[in-house]
Design a protein around this ligand. Sequence first.
Ligand code: BES
Ligand code: MN
Ligand code: ZN
Length: 490
Amino acid sequence: MTTPAAVTFAPFEPDALASATGVVAAFVPEDSKLDQGARRLNRLTKGAVARATESEAWGKLKPGETLTLGYPAGIEASAVVLVRLERKSDFETAMAAGAALAAARGDRPLTLIAGSHGAALDIALGAALRGYDFTDHKTGDEAKPAAKITVLCARPDELTAAWPDRAAQAEGVFLTRDLVNEPANVLTTTEFAMRLEALRDLGVEVEVLEEDALAELGMRCLLAVGQGSRSPSKVVVMRWTGGGDEAPLALIGKGVVFDTGGISLKPAAGMEDMTMDMGGAGTVAGAMHAIARRKAKANVVGLVGLVENMPDGNATRPGDVVASMKGDTVEIINTDAEGRLVLCDVMWYAQDRFQPKAMIDLATLTGAIIIGLGNDNAGVFSNDDALADAFLSAAKAENEGAWRMPLGKSYDKLLKSRVADMKNVGGRPAGSITAAQFLQRFVKDGTPWIHLDIAGVASIEKGTQLSPAGATGWGVRALDRLVRDAYENG
Ligand code: BES
Ligand code: MN
Ligand code: ZN
């Protein structure tokens, strides 16, 4: 697993500054007034800091942007990075500053002169999140040790105590990114299940249901998706029980390790991107990691359906009719609309077995959501306004884009089948909504539910502020925050 930077907090010692190696960073507000630490750095570098902040280039910086001074005299460090940042800055700007520092640092250790800056933890989290690189399959580069970030601050004990919750989030995000970036020949259903079993080390109970058990349970929709693959279909159940006897929050993930479309084969161009079609399951894994790592006082159960959608002599055909675990039958018009077939059985099983307080499913479900919302927002579908609002505010607080989408009877009608209880596609109009309607048919009355269509946000071509190109880990922080804000009971 890619490990986030090791962040430590230490008291500000002027003498330690001169001998710090790597990059030393200081924050300077718009009025260019240097705080105690920056003044010290200025003195050591014989006025280089002040010269820089009086320069024209400095005047052009936006909040959160940086200016780098290379090989300054007077100190050991190979660079000084000055960050334009007010003493009171919002979460987004502080995270942006951290991300800019991660870029400026490269592979070098980073010493942050944070003093009593109010956003020191957010800055450190931004730096940790942006410091991700997926290099497992690059030969030649030696595996780099985890980066070191030292935060020199006024109250190191306080920040040291508060950091582990943030570190848990960063680890969860990195786990999700690693899983989503992994190619499908490496991350088979079997390998995926093994990596989830590693969550046992954090106290998560992990159970792997194999094909015979799934057949016994009647999960024929899920099995129909995987039957053309050499990789066996699996459902993995991850239970974190930090909340006593309360009914759990259930997180359900689509884990299609590769989606060729099946017999309704996808076109060749861009098919390689379908290695990320397990993004929902990857996000559930990352969220479970974060929740367990910080020992959340809540009950959360994560269930993922792991399958591979391949064309083969044994693959499901368009027109096949299969029964779901619920009992409703589905006419599979298009084998490429496979995610909903996986989810419907896992969702039913989750409700049947755990009677969850609420259920949230995550899936790279439709290309249509990318047309609608692009790469900045996941689609949020819900039967419960209070739950939807709680999730939307958690996502907003973590600065993860999420946008509510509608559900409704007239969309549901589009799923009518001539031969079965429903068909698995509703045609091109409102493609993301009809997919959500399909799922809603498997939500029991009285279960508050959210469906998150993350096809546009799970993996992206261009890097964002907090993540390089590829897997983003979107949703791990929002779910972790939702659990903290709405489900913890202590
Ligand atoms: N995994 C895809 C959705 C997807 C597309 C994810 C692009 C990420 C990027 C899903 O299984 C799929 O193929 N959906 C079809 C549904 C259609 C056949 C009704 C789609 O969106 O085209
Ligand atoms: Mn598909
Ligand atoms: Zn898919």
